[in-house]
Design a protein around this ligand. Structure first.
Ligand SMILES: Nc1ncnc2c1ncn2[C@@H]1O[C@H](COP(=O)(O)OP(=O)(O)O)[C@@H](O)[C@H]1O
Ligand SMILES: [Mg+2]
Length: 256
């Protein structure tokens, strides 16, 4: 239902995506990994039509995101929850208003009371019950991430895009976010598409991993397959972050 077919994207002379094809499996968590600046965020922006490919196809829920009119893009975006790296919360608004924001825009069927109930419910799910009236500016980094998470799932999206869930977080908070992803997938059946340069967190949450490097997907498979990849760049990237054995023994996967 969500797929890229031979997607090319350049900015001027800078080739960012150089023929990327990928079928995302629904109901699973797929992580896109790769060093900074390899086009992970650019790839995600194509999925919701914030960027259009120079050539190739981006298909989401049957809509060709490259050619669809803006009104179709809007209906596709409603099915996504998005948590972008730079997509900060509105500092001047309360936590509750931040979370209600996608509901106001995407769920015209909900009245104010239903929205307030939904906000309370998702705040409980991210283990921050009752903080609706707090200002975003009063929150810690980890709390902000959780509130962003609550906002991303508020409108009950089928797919959640999570750009760098662990960036800027201390290890314990980072673990808590990973646990939330695993739990939300299991309990709500959400399809998570996560991008990360933090391989440790990725290995814990992902069912499938794709590695982007030099504009191409140089590895794609189940988490277990990718950690066994023979590709030198994949091994180099993984080795910097986890212990890979030199013989053919099974790699140690980090656990929650
Ligand atoms: N809108 C844009 N205009 C020009 N260059 C961009 C734009 N968006 C991203 N880039 C460039 O594309 C490359 C990949 O960026 P990005 O996808 O953000 O990397 P990352 O893998 O770290 O998420 C970077 O060199 C970045 O500067
Ligand atoms: Mg990025």
């Amino acid at each position: 239902m969500i797929r890229l077919v031979d997607v090319h994207k350049s900015f001027g002379d800078l080739v960012v995506l150089d023929g990327v094809s990928l079928d995302f499996e629904m109901g699973a968590t797929t992580a896109i990994i790769g060093p900074s600046g390899t086009g992970k965020s650019v790839l995600f922006k194509h999925l919701v039509g914030l960027l259009r490919p120079d050539s190739g196809k981006v298909e989401c829920f049957g809509v060709d995101m490259a050619t669809a009119p803006e009104s179709d893009l809007f209906s596709v975006r409603r099915r996504f929850g998005m948590l972008f790296q730079d997509g900060a919360l509105f500092d001047s608004m309360s936590v509750g208003d931040n979370i209600a924001f996608p509901l106001v825009h995407n769920r015209p069927d909900m009245n104010e009371r239903a929205r307030a109930e939904r906000v309370a419910e998702v705040l409980e799910q991210v283990e921050l019950p009752g903080i609706e009236d707090r200002r975003v500016s009063e929150l810690s980094g980890g709390q902000r991430k959780r509130v962003g998470f609550a906002r991303a799932i508020a409108a009950q999206p089928e797919v959640v895009l999570f750009d760098e869930p662990n960036s800027g977080l201390d290890p314990m908070t980072s673990d808590a976010i990973d646990e939330l992803i695993v739990r939300m997938k299991a309990t709500l059946g959400i399809t998570f598409l996560v991008i990360s340069h933090d391989i440790v967190g990725t290995l814990r949450v992902a069912d499938h991993i794709g590695m982007l490097y030099g504009g191409k997907l140089i590895a794609y498979g189940t988490t277990a397959e990718v950690v066994r990849s023979e590709h030198p760049m994949v091994r180099r990237f993984l080795k910097r972050n986890i212990h890979l054995p030199d013989d053919d023994g099974p790699p140690e996967l980090p656990r929650l």
